[in-house]
Write a protein that binds this ligand. Structure first.
Ligand SMILES: [Zn+2]
Length: 291
């Protein structure tokens, strides 16, 4: 068994309870050391025995309000402070109708003091941010495979998620490159960059294709200053067999985030220019009319 996959208490990532509820997919454990408004009670021997938690507020996507909103726990205190397994029922503080339920196990630990090993059984509605429509549009006929990869990722199935996402990027390479070329042209990229992008389309493998695109892309489609193609290449260049399941999951998450950002930036880059062209032609018309 690979060293990386052994999850002992000491190597569990540490976080607060709100963060655990918001960010950790079902089927995974973390070490929770901060329970927000929660309290530990001590038994007669002054040992922390249970967490009497008033679950902390969390920030989640509300499907009714269609945005990130504060959620507060609906049912007050955890039902039984001595129990390990809990249902946490939350409701959106804004619309007060949309609900979210988590099922978790909180196993109190004495080391570090006042901590608990938290395991998430599941949640309703299902874990994970919704996939933006503009990304599904960019992925075209591969969007079904992307959603299958997303399902794997939500379940913590790293190898599966990685394999699906790689297939999606490999298969959709030319459509992604076409969009980048269109955006690059509109943003006034150098002809050498456009040429390298066009040449990349003839490479069968995505990783080989993007390694030839070293030249600068327009700043508007860079992600935190990085070339999105290079980011995808870095994540996808090693084979599934070379990574542990855990590492594949991290890489799959990175690939998804880059694709979401890329789709967003491409849409903006193309839209801004379209809007600008409209504005310019309107001004020209107005000038002609007044002149
Ligand atoms: Zn709401």
């Amino acid at each position: 068994m690979d060293q990386e996959d052994k999850s002992t208490t000491t190597d569990l990532q540490t976080m607060n309870l709100a963060e655990f509820l918001q960010t950790v997919p079902p089927g995974q454990s973390r070490l929770v050391t901060d329970f927000g408004t929660a309290g530990f009670r001590k038994d007669a021997r002054s040992i922390d025995v249970y967490i009497a938690v008033k679950p902390p507020p969390v920030e989640l996507h509300c499907e009714r309000c269609d945005g990130l909103r504060n959620f507060r726990v609906k049912d007050g205190e955890l039902p039984d402070a001595g129990a390990q397994d809990h249902y946490l029922n939350y409701v959106c503080s804004n619309c007060r109708t949309f609900e979210k339920t988590f099922s978790v196990r909180l196993k109190v630990r004495s080391d570090p003091p006042q901590s608990a090993e938290a395991y998430k059984f599941g949640e309703i509605p299902a874990f994970g941010a919704r996939v933006p429509n503009r990304l599904l549009k960019l992925l075209g006929e591969q969007s079904d495979n992307f959603l299958k990869g997303r399902r794997c990722e939500n379940q913590g199935l790293g190898i599966g998620a990685f394999a699906y996402y790689r297939r999606v990027v490999e298969s959709q390479k030319n459509e992604i490159l076409n969009k980048i070329i269109a955006a690059s042209r509109k943003q006034g990229a150098l002809e050498d960059t456009i040429k390298a992008l066009e040449e990349a389309k003839s490479e069968i493998q995505f990783s080989k294709a993007v390694s030839s695109v070293k030249l600068g892309l327009p700043a508007s489609i860079l992600i935190n200053g990085h070339n999105p193609l290079t980011l995808l290449h870095t994540a996808l260049s090693a084979g599934v067999h070379e990574h542990t399941d855990k590492r594949c999951l991290e890489l799959a998450q990175a690939v998804r985030l880059v694709l979401v950002e890329l789709a967003e930036r491409l849409t903006q880059a193309l839209k801004d220019e379209a809007g600008l062209n409209d504005a310019v032609s309107q001004l020209l018309k107005a000038r002609e009319a007044s002149g």
